[in-house]
Design a protein around this ligand. Sequence first.
Ligand SMILES: [Fe+2]
Length: 557
Amino acid sequence: MEDSAQFCLDLIDEAVVVVNKNGRVVFQNSVSQKHFGDLIGKLYKAFFDCEDIFVDDEGVVWRVSSSSDKSDSNEIKIFRRTNSLSIGSSFTKREKTSASSFFQGIDDHSTLHSMHSNTSFSILSEIDHFRVYKKAFEENTSGMAIFTVDMSREKIIPAAKNLAFEINRLARLPVIEGIPLDRPMSKADHLFLKALIRVARTGRQEALFLSEEGFYEEVLIKPLSDRDLISVHKEVSAEMNLRMELLSARYLAGTIDQAVISVDENGKIVFVNKAAEILLGRERGGLIGKNINYFLENQSDSRSEKPSAGQEIGERHLFSINKSNGQSVLVEAAVKRIEDSSLAGKVTATVYCLSGLKFEDVIQESAQKTIRGLIETLSTVVEVRDPFTAGHQRRVSKLATAIATEMGLGPEQIDTVREGALLHDIGKISVPTEILSKPGRLTENEWFLIQSHSEAGFKMLERIDLPWPISSIVRKHHERLDGSGYPHGLKGKDIPFETRIVTVADVFEAIVSHRPYRPAHETSTAITELTEGAGRLYDGDVVDCCLSLVGKGFSLD
Ligand SMILES: [Fe+2]
């Protein structure tokens, strides 16, 4: 059916189907054919149910609407891509005429031609069988205008335009109609006018890309008949902005030294920068579309990366890379999941920022692992001498680490607090067991010996070059802000923040735990002690954080 109406509907990027009163599809334009296949003669409902959403094989989401009234009227259905600027759908009902007359109507070229000769569609409203076509023309989101050409005077006369054309910010109709513009004729206006004349002369269609003041427009001009032209205008500013954003992001990713790889939801690689190509020892072409697991092998449990200023929360993983030459390289990756629902559907990508680990880093990583293991073992040695405080250091470490994490300390500081707390009473191995586990009151001498544990612990650790400054925590965990603590009576700023955290956790744990000379106290006793000492003996912020964790049901075990 090579007629003008179908011709118009085939130019737009929306799917249009016409359904007859029996619910069978009697017309479809080429876009609906492309996305949904051949529907002519088939039952509409078998394909599209009411208010349903479809994803075609190109991953484009389509929203489908149908009449709320299920009477036997004829309907026209317009499907719009949900990522277009105007989301919606439309239907038109015709009460009397059958859909077949719609086609008869638009087959009648003389009638259609008369439409072009008039500057509006109003005359057509008298002709019932054009209502459907008019609706389709008016409601599609591509701006469309029809022109009649007077070749004798080389003049283009606007004949009809749809609503989308009128509201299109780049609509150039006033230029043709001679309506004065509140702006000078732009370069794009001239290009459009010249293209109209050219198409009228040559009879060959033209596609233009026009830009003006940050707006971008794709225009298609086609001859409709000997003396008629149609122009279809589609604003693509959003797409262009997105494209420019993408190009900038690509450029940036290409210039940085860090290797960046993005994968889709299924782990398929969708982007690699130059640094990633070098690190993986493979060309981009050999990476795109492949599963990332083929190249990266996860070597570590993810560990949470605490946010610091200007940094997003992510997870750091240790990977081994399988290079093309069979070599295996260890890398650390910050892994970030990104979700974008600004377009149709939800786009989820995972971005890997990889940094090659130097040999020293690998050694350091493994050395730290060993040291952590040694500290844990050493921590239990105290319990052999002081079985009544079994688990004390482990529980203090758990609470102190939670406080440090909650207060937003960096990974290094959190490690210092965790490991320092695990060994804070290590010096007690130099105190005789009978004193440590003495049920009654201590003599002054015995008390002096007990107090010596913090300095003794410091002496034990000061000669060891540990990755974290934990000997200071061991030495100062009994100091108090007002100088009333021991062994040195340090005050305020002389007590490091990491130590203040361990102190508060130590006091809380000690009060709520059983001791040889007394049973465990209620949590309320510990809360009272810390609240009363906040700002005087203990760091006020640390106390607040500790009590907030306890209030939320923090468990020491
Ligand atoms: Fe202690």
